[in-house]
Design a protein around this ligand. Structure first.
Ligand code: GLN
Length: 401
């Protein structure tokens, strides 16, 4: 099990007078701290991937207002691999429809490695984040787009990234030449009617989508699009509906890091996805998207340095999605009736008379912050609870008798 790394974050860094936000410092600090971490190995079951440089290390973080922090090799391209599965699942939900996707692919964590050939009891892939589920997604998109299926996938992932993406043909060729296990999965899925039609064409879509070139910055913007309810925070292009976002983040939460998913939710608690090309994405709803790149992988095929960045970032900034301590009572900043409240508006005498006469019946509740379920409920209960003033008036309409 990966030992949790608490970044020894020197006070002087936090107190550093430089204008750059604390977050930029923290990312640079993670880069410096974890660049010396050399455990793990590059993926080599796809021969072309074994040529990857181990020294590269990049971090990108895109906030939902469109600001992108970058540290290290954030502009170095590498293949997206399994991270593509999250976005292609989202695309399948939009393109083919939620019902058809759910009829073919489960949403349960498999607890197994990403290339497991095991299916659910009713012969469906456990979820869309493992190879079987991803091949089923490529199959569904192929069933509606046919020979245009891959262009459709590339176009969608480019909209998530906010730039035109391309394919690493050498990695594609290498994966295609050594993809027998995925072929076995593809034909097994056709045997159970999860995939229809030409399995090799479907696999070609899958091999090509895994070979799409991205950078840590691209991954941050792509994850930022998921965190921003489907709108690309940099280009403001609407890429996905909030419903498909929620379903994609749900499966990412339960099945993101393969057979390390439980540990990840427990220690980091941000929906994420990793790939054997060395990338990791994490998408914190309403906050930001993170992308990391380092090719050294641990025994679960997750990037060692990327994992450490996330394990340091989440506790440091209290980012765990279940670590919610919003106090709904703080949403009301003032609660009063208008008696004695002056206004700059010049009113007709009869208007002023009515206001004066009913000043205690008119209540103002000033709210602050986003209206969530919790504080709308809290505020609505305050309506019934009388005005916030210590009200001595016998005629105050808001105060219960
Ligand atoms: N293309 C790779 C495969 O199918 C993706 C695996 C991964 O990133 N975990 O095996």
């Amino acid at each position: 099990m990966n030992k949790i790394h608490r970044v020894p974050y020197p006070r002087e860094v936090i107190a550093h007078p430089s204008p750059a936000p604390a977050l930029a410092h923290f990312l640079e600090h993670c880069l410096a701290t974890f660049a010396t971490e050399n455990s793990g190995a590059v993926a080599d079951y796809i021969p072309e991937l074994s040529k990857a440089k181990t020294g590269h290390f990049g971090i990108g973080l895109a906030t939902i207002d469109g600001h992108v922090y970058e540290a290290g090799d954030s502009a170095v391209e590498f293949t997206i691999q399994t991270i593509s599965k999250a976005f292609v699942f989202a695309l399948a939900l939009e393109l083919v429809g939620h019902e058809r996707v759910e009829a073919k692919i489960g949403v349960e964590p498999s607890g197994e490695a990403f290339n497991s050939i095991r299916l659910t009891a009713d012969n469906r892939p456990f979820n869309a984040m493992v190879n079987a589920g991803a091949i089923a997604c490529s199959g569904l998109i192929h069933s509606v787009e046919d020979s245009g299926a891959f262009e459709c996938v590339l176009d969608a992932l480019s909209r998530f990234a906010g730039r035109k993406l391309s394919v690493d043909e050498a990695v594609y060729e290498s994966e295609n030449a050594t993809g027998d296990r995925n072929r076995a999965i593809g034909y097994m899925l056709r045997n159970y009617s999860v995939v229809q039609g030409n399995v090799d064409e479907v696999l070609d879509v899958y091999f090509r989508q895994c070979s799409i070139l991205v950078t840590a910055r691209d991954l941050a913007v792509m994850a930022g699009t998921l965190a921003n309810s489907g709108v690309n925070p940099v280009t403001n292009v609407k890429v996905l509906t909030p419903r498909a976002v929620a379903r994609t983040l749900s499966v990412m939460t339960s099945s993101d890091m393969y057979d390390y998913a439980g540990e990840w939710v427990y220690r980091v608690g941000i929906p994420a996805k990793s790939g054997v090309g060395g990338g990791i994405i994490a998408a914190l709803p309403e906050q930001f998207g993170l992308g990391t790149f380092s090719t050294l992988l641990d025994s679960h095929c997750n990037s060692v340095r990327g994992l450490k960045v996330c394990q340091a970032l989440s506790p440091h900034f209290h980012l765990h999605v279940l670590n919610r301590s919003i106090d709904v009572r703080t949403s009301i900043i003032a609660d009063y009736d208008i008696k004695g409240i002056s206004s700059r508006r010049i009113r007709q005498p009869h208007e002023q008379f009515i206001l004066d006469d009913h000043s205690q019946d008119i209540r103002v509740i000033e709210l602050v912050g986003a209206l969530t379920f919790g504080n709308v409920d809290f505020v609505s209960r305050q309506f019934g609870a009388g005005c916030g003033r210590t009200c001595s008036s016998s005629t105050c309409a808001a105060c219960p008798r």
